[in-house]
Design a binder for this molecule. Structure first.
Ligand code: CP
Length: 317
């Protein structure tokens, strides 16, 4: 691994390696370990062109626990507001000896563009691009599922709500299929599901009771209004009535089903507080595991870059 831009096209063994590496950073209490020297002397730059609470903070914590120096560029106060181009911003940050860019951008494909432009040896991690991909979120979700369910064989996973605008769902679908989940279900109104969704290797349901029947994992998604045309905004009350997860609808899933959500949650829109704060919710555990998973991604990318600079030192994925 040299960059981590999407999970699509990666091998099962690489994804498993990532999960195993993350597990090596987690202590028995499930919290990430304090500090290891794997990125000592490296500089990680967080480049977030879109807002974030979880991803940005856990990338910062992960980089610090790997002993890297971390620079959080405040885009709203950076020289991009004076007309500096993305490329010129990058060149200047590279001149400060950045070794890794963690990029969130509202445009699909922006981290791929940056990965093509950076100096060899500099790694780029996609922290969410447009509605395209959010690969580290998908991997921390896979880590959470493996932690609670022991693996993916025979597992039925339902992804519920606004799949159409969700970069998280797209990455989760690829990761679940690569890791061998039995069935990935998408549940939502036709207007919020991708056209020809079945071609992604999923089964589609428009009814919650049918779609949730006997699933092991329920992943709820937020209505991503920032990516919707205002003329087509659904009514929150109607959406909650039909697709909001409450204890009554959760009864259709297996009795030991876990409930996940990438966050931020909108209580009373896609999920009721009784479920979000209930005994089957692992939503905050996902956040905790995110630190270890991002430590794994960053350490694997830096070691991949080092191998590619010194090919005799090891294999590059
Ligand atoms: N799940 C997620 O990406 O959350 P943030 O937008 O807070 O980073």
């Amino acid at each position: 691994l040299r960059h981590f831009l999407s999970v699509e096209h990666l091998s099962r063994s690489l994804l498993e390696d990532m999960l195993d590496t993350a597990a090596s950073f987690v202590d028995v209490g499930g919290r990430a370990i304090k500090k290891v020297p794997l990125l000592r002397g490296k500089t990680v730059v967080n480049l977030f062109f879109e807002s974030s609470t979880r991803t940005r903070s856990t990338f910062e914590l992960a980089a610090k626990r790997l002993s890297a120096d971390v620079l959080n560029l405040d885009i709203s106060k950076s020289a991009t507001s004076k007309g500096e181009t993305l490329l010129d911003t990058l060149r200047n940050l590279e001149a400060m000896a950045a070794d890794m860019f963690v990029v969130r951008h509202q445009d699909s494909g922006a981290p791929f563009f940056i990965a093509n432009e950076v100096t060899p040896g500099v790694a780029v991690i996609n922290a969410g691009d447009g509605r395209h991909a959010h690969p580290t979120q998908a991997m921390l979700d896979m880590y959470t599922i493996r932690h609670y369910k022991g693996g993916f064989d025979g597992l039925r996973v339902a992804i519920v709500g606004d799949v159409l605008h969700s970069r998280v769902a797209r990455s989760q679908i690829h990761a679940l299929n690569i890791l061998g989940a039995e069935e990935v279900r998408l549940i939502g109104p036709r207007t919020l599901l991708p056209v020809a969704a079945e071609s992604l290797g999923v089964t589609v349901f428009n009814d919650m009771a049918q779609g949730l029947r006997d699933v092991d994992v329920v992943i709820m998604l937020r209505l991503q209004k920032e990516r919707m045309d205002s003329a087509f905004l659904p009514s929150e009350a109607e959406f909650f009535r039909l697709y909001g997860l409450n204890n009554e609808k959760l009864r259709h899933a297996k009795p030991d089903a876990i409930v996940m959500h990438p966050g931020p949650i909108n209580r009373g829109v896609e999920i009721a507080s009784e479920v979000a704060d209930g005994p089957r919710s692992v939503i905050l555990n996902q956040v905790t595991f995110g630190i270890a998973v991002r430590m794994a991604v960053m350490s694997m990318a830096i070691s991949g870059q080092e191998s590619s600079q010194n090919p005799e030192q090891g294999e590059d994925h």
